[in-house]
Design a protein around this ligand. Structure first.
Ligand code: ATP
Ligand code: MG
Length: 307
């Protein structure tokens, strides 16, 4: 994997970046580079791919819901200014002039806590911290803030005992918002479409992962890659899948998410597919993905215990 990070990525755009000069990292943020405390329960995963429209939000909503329906306590944090996870879970988009509900923007800017911004959803055990179009401004407003890369990590830390999983739905960009999710997360979950250009941008994402791990968050790793909108009937997708498998090896989830119209329809009803059409192929696929993730994490935990 290339370690070259092209100009224009979050790393190049973040002023006072520790990549250009490690000595400029503000002292007060250094303690937070410690690993997450072992008493914390939640596994924290960022659903990330800087490419747009690959199924990040669909995966965020439906994987979260599938785990919650298994009885796990799940927090989904919508870190995208498009706020599609928020809309897809049935929360109205903000209207101009209306009093605004608390969102992850307010948490990042320090005017409210994560617990105060959290709202219950239609799905038992699934809690949402809404996104907001204000997040567009957060990228600029946070630049001058000391420890700007750690805002989300700090906010999440106090809630880690309350949940089994915390997911971030990321915007399609490697910006300061996404950097915050990578600093706060233990793993990256990458949705990928099996198409000709699928791996384009992936080496940039992987080198970003390496650099964030080195500079801010040694615990960060690749949790897994999931093929979305998958159709194994074409030669092309079989070929591309073989390439992806070669590139990611065991990190590629065995579960694939098929193209399924119910998955595309469910957000307009404000529901995850598991409630909108539980018998659909899409619902089944996300349930399988949840089961596979739980299996992986349980073997990870038992390996850790065995050490
Ligand atoms: P963005 O980068 O803009 O945040 P995204 O990566 O979050 O996009 P989604 O919003 O999840 O991608 O999906 C893009 C579009 O594809 C949406 O209209 C969604 O309903 C549709 N879609 C996603 N997954 C599937 C699927 N498996 N079957 C059918 N449609 C899907
Ligand atoms: Mg999205």
């Amino acid at each position: 994997m290339s370690t070259h990070v092209p100009r224009g990525t979050l790393l190049a755009r973040t002023r006072c970046s520790p990549y250009s000069d490690p000595t400029v990292m503000p002292q007060e943020i250094l303690p937070h580079t410690q690993p997450h405390s072992t008493s914390s329960r939640a596994r924290v995963l960022a659903i990330v791919n800087q490419k747009g429209g690959v199924g990040k939000t669909t995966t965020a909503i439906n994987l979260s819901a599938a785990l919650a329906l298994e009885g796990l306590h799940v927090l989904l944090i919508d870190c995208d200014p498009q706020a599609n996870s928020t809309g897809g879970l049935g929360f109205r988009r903000e209207r101009h002039g209306e009093e605004q509900r608390a969102s992850i923007y307010d948490v990042l800017l320090g005017s409210t806590s994560l617990a105060e911004a959290a709202v219950a959803t239609e799905v038992d055990n699934l809690t949402l911290v809404p996104g907001s179009k204000n997040l567009i401004g957060a990228n600029i407003e946070l630049v001058e803030v000391a420890g700007r890369e750690f805002r989300l990590r700090q906010a999440v830390e106090s809630e880690r005992n309350e949940y089994d999983y915390i997911f971030f739905d990321c915007p399609p960009a490697l910006d300061l918002l996404t950097l915050n999710t990578l600093v706060a997360a233990q793993g990256l979950l990458v949705p990928l479409q099996a198409e000709y250009f699928a791996l384009e941008g992936i080496s940039e994402l992987m080198s970003t992962l390496d650099r964030v791990a080195q500079a801010f968050n040694p615990e960060l790793g690749l949790e897994g890659v999931v093929l979305t909108m998958y159709d194994d009937r074409t030669n092309l997708s079989q070929q591309v899948t073989a390439n992806i498998k070669e590139f990611f090896g065991e990190k590629l989830f065995r579960t694939t998410i098929p193209r399924n119209v119910r998955l595309a329809e469910a957000p307009s009803h404000g529901l995850p597919v598991a409630l909108y059409d539980p018998r659909s192929k899409g619902a089944q696929a996300y349930q399988d993905l949840a089961t596979e993730l739980l299996k992986r994490n349980s073997s990870l935990r038992s390996r850790k215990r065995a050490k």
